[in-house]
Design a protein around this ligand. Structure first.
Ligand code: HAM
Length: 456
């Protein structure tokens, strides 16, 4: 007879050791070293977004399921973490931020000064097949401009993405932005016989896959969608990879006007001094259903990894969510591929030290003095550690080194008798005696100005 009450844990058995619990596949444990890389990336995101005058916001991590099923497109909907909550509502963990931004802005559109410049750093969830650069959760910088239809807004948003690259130490030899425009692609596809809207989406989907799927498979897919006659025209459009190629293809069809917005964006990026990062490439259409105009993706220059960043214009999304009709555009940049690229390029910072100074108590009798001095140093915003149980001086210094502390202060009976402490530079091993009442100021000078005013 089985009863689970009272619960008895399984008996310990050395032949059947307990399973080590593990994180779910595609989810990360951030140990301090990994957390430091995450903080390095997120800090850079916030600094650069701030320089462009973007305000930070956030929304709920759990949203109504239909926010995504209606607008995001099949690819994301297939990857949703969706379930019914205890109130019988169909809900999903957010897989992307754009529908949330659109909803939030729509709800207060009249009160918000346009153009709106907002950024957010949500953790997002997609049930993807786990592979290099793709996990089931990631952090994503989202920057969006809402309420501006002109090409300078597109250039501004792309420049922001590129400035993040520069901020993290990546240049045009490391990363490229591929810029395209759905209006240009649509015009050229019309020119090769893709007129119907439903067929247009089938053609977009084929163009989007051109680097991942063989041409034979693409042709078969297009044939199946009823686009057999246009296969070569569609593939030709996807192969237009420079500005002059796009210009002349449009001119051939007498459609040069359709390229005006894209050309203006590329020109503005040039004027901003960012032209060396930019490739015009019509194979970029983006998987998401809501994009309407300029679309772009940032890749590592070798093209070996998936996109670091992707975005574009979604001028009809706000209206289609029942809100106001405002033009909008933005991008999402994930931390996963970006982290891989930084590691590949060797621009990952060293694990930072966790403290500025380690206070060594030479004998147990010095401990009360170490506590008092540590308190005073922490009040000056310095990061301080001391031994929580007494140990030999050598052992204390080993711990100080493991913490990567730049300095140690040593307090012993002789120093106390003389009203002094010993200040040791742990990188050089040099040490000198400093008067006890001078040590706080001395350390603040050495370590740098504390971040906030003295709290006493
Ligand atoms: P997305 O292309 O789906 O666009 O994602 C943007 C970026 O997020 C990708 O380039 C990639 O770096 C990262 N990312 C996406 N999925 C994963 C994953 N499973 N694991 C790791 N990283 C991932 C969007 O989400 C749009 N909502 C972006 C946007 C904002 N468009 C306009 N505004």
């Amino acid at each position: 007879q089985y009863s689970i009450f009272p619960y008895r844990p399984p008996a310990f058995s050395p032949t059947f050791p307990a399973m080590q619990p593990q994180a779910l596949p595609g989810f990360r444990d951030f140990y301090p070293a990994e957390f430091a890389l995450r903080a390095h990336i997120l800090d850079a995101w916030r600094r650069v977004a701030g320089r462009y005058g973007f305000e930070e916001f956030d929304g709920p991590p759990l949203e109504p399921l239909d926010l995504y099923t209606t607008k995001s497109g099949d690819e994301i909907v297939d990857q949703l973490y969706a379930f019914e909550d205890k109130g019988g509502r169909q809900v999903a963990l957010r897989p992307e931020m754009t529908p949330t931004v659109a909803r939030m802005v729509s709800a207060r559109a009249n009160a918000l000064k346009k153009p709106i410049r907002w950024f957010s750093i949500p953790q997002l969830f997609r049930y993807e097949r786990q592979q290099r650069g793709r996990l089931r959760e990631h952090f994503q910088l989202n920057c969006d401009i809402i309420g501006e239809a002109g090409p300078l807004a597109d250039a501004e948003i792309i420049a922001l993405a590129l400035d993040v690259m520069k901020e993290l130490g990546l240049g045009p030899d490391d990363v490229r932005v591929r810029v395209s425009d759905r209006r240009v692609i649509r015009a050229l596809l019309r020119g090769v016989g893709v007129v119907d809207d439903a067929l247009l989406h089938a053609a977009y989907s084929a163009v989007d896959k051109i680097h991942r799927v063989s041409e034979a498979d693409l042709a078969a897919e297009l044939e199946k969608a009823g686009l057999g006659e246009s296969v070569s025209g569609i593939l030709q459009t996807a192969r237009l990879k420079t500005l002059p190629m796009v210009e002349s293809a449009l001119a051939d069809h007498d459609m040069s006007d359709e390229g005006a917005h894209l050309f203006a964006v590329v020109k503005a990026l040039d004027q901003m001094g960012l032209g060396s990062f930019v490739d015009v490439d019509l194979s970029i259409v983006r998987g998401l259903a809501y994009y309407t105009g300029v679309v772009f993706e940032v890749f590592d220059a070798k093209g070996a990894m998936r996109a670091i960043c992707g975005g574009g214009r979604y001028d009809h999304l706000l209206a289609s969510l029942g809100g106001v009709d405002l033009p909008a555009l933005g991008f999402g940049m994930g931390d996963v591929v970006l982290g891989e690229v930084l590691k590949d390029k060797g621009v990952v910072p060293e694990t930072p030290s966790s403290i500025d100074v380690f206070v060594v108590a030479v004998t147990p009798e010095d401990m009360p003095h170490a506590l008092l001095l540590s308190r005073a140093l922490r009040d000056r915003n310095l990061r301080v550690e001391y031994p929580l149980s007494h140990a030999a001086v050598g052992k204390q210094l080993k711990l100080a080194n493991a913490r990567r502390a730049p300095y140690a202060i040593m307090i012993g009976p002789d120093e106390r008798a003389g009203g002094n402490v010993v200040l040791r530079d742990l990188s050089t091993g040099e040490q000198r005696t400093v008067a006890h009442d001078q040590i706080e100021t001395e350390l603040v000078d050495l370590v740098g100005q504390p971040a906030s005013p003295v709290r006493r």
